[in-house]
Design a protein around this ligand. Sequence first.
Ligand code: NAD
Length: 424
Amino acid sequence: MAYLEPAPIKDKENPFESMMSRFHTAAHKLGLDDETYEILKSPTKQVIVTLPITMDDGSKKVFEGYRVIHSNTLGPSKGGIRYDPDVSLDEVKALAAWMTWKCAVVDIPYGGAKGGIRCKPWTMSAGELERLTRAYTVSMYEIFGPDLDIPAPDMGTGPREMAWLMDEYSKANGKTVSAVVTGKPLVLGGSLGRVEATGRGVMVSSLVAMEKLKINPAHAKCAVQGFGNVGSNAASLLEDRGVKIIAISDHTGAYISEKGIDIKAAIEFKNKNNGTLEGFELGDKISNEELIELDVDLLVPAAKEDVITLKNAQNIKAKLIVEGANGPTGAKADPVIFDKGITVVPDILANAGGVTVSYFEWVQNRLGYKWTQERVNRRCDRIMKDAFEKVFKISEKYNVSMRIAAYMVAISKVADTYKLRGGY
Ligand code: NAD
């Protein structure tokens, strides 16, 4: 193996470099050959588009949009679309690669992709966002398709944007093409169970991991960072299973109560409070940084990237970290956490419930059929448990973290498939 080590990671971790450093370690453990290493690390396609949009005041504003297809070896590529001012080609490239590994870990027949538009969605009207989404769809018409590349929501986008995307793509096709996108509203072919799927997968992973670590959920304390789709659903489902959630947070701050926070009440508060926890009184206010270092059994980072870093890794007291967010732990923090004996269920496994139910949505759209919520949950739980066991076994066999084990499972699956399909 002659491949060079990736460039050292700087203080503020670049998400692509962070992903590459794990890829590199796992590829080494597997003894991956040089050619396959080069092929798997390189994105298949990177598209940048310019989107001039008429704003409500009549002015024209130019936005930049991206779509990166990291791999289509296992099948059509799959991945969300992010609207955020921090969107960059590097971020989208990392997120696209994570999707490749995530789909491979849970063994669903998709490659990985991601898209994004650099914008501040919260400053834009619904009309401006609709024009932006439709313009992006038209620009990506050649890229998207139910057998080619299937987008989904990510930060800053949701069922509303997916409905516009589906409609614009369908118009160009002269027929309704529901399966071009997942995460749609239910009435447009969305799947029951999709909204809570990622949080549910986090809950399932947490319970299986607690069983391995002999932590009794009924006596476990948990802190959840982020109270959006993933965090609030994970907290609520964990609460249903007896786990005491002592701290929750969002971008306005963190809230702690040693006797446990009533998560259903917190969700109700958030829904009536413009979607935020600002002013939440069922817990004392602490900072998001303090939440990460709380003395809990289970820590669920479910907000954003790079919240567990070299700076705070040494202070983490949780026995188990289950990554709801993508990339919450920087690569530099990995060895510190591993040496402390903390078990981490990595993002590409822990938050794969979302893409799994997206896959179910696509299957249902193609069959013209609707599954019950019970069927969706049962199948998703089984896939999550099987993937967990597979990764856990590899981590024990090679004495590596579950993160490196998950990359090893994913890389060997994509590499084997690539070799069977063959190249030019
Ligand atoms: P969301 O927009 O619904 O919620 C994000 C939450 O994080 C909000 O409560 C927000 O206030 C909070 N937040 C933002 N900045 C914060 C900060 N600095 N400190 C603490 N909290 C902060 O997003 P989501 O869909 O829940 O996604 C959260 C993470 O999970 C992202 O990394 C996303 O890529 C990942 N993810 C989401 C899904 C999904 O199905 N939604 C699937 C896989 C992975």
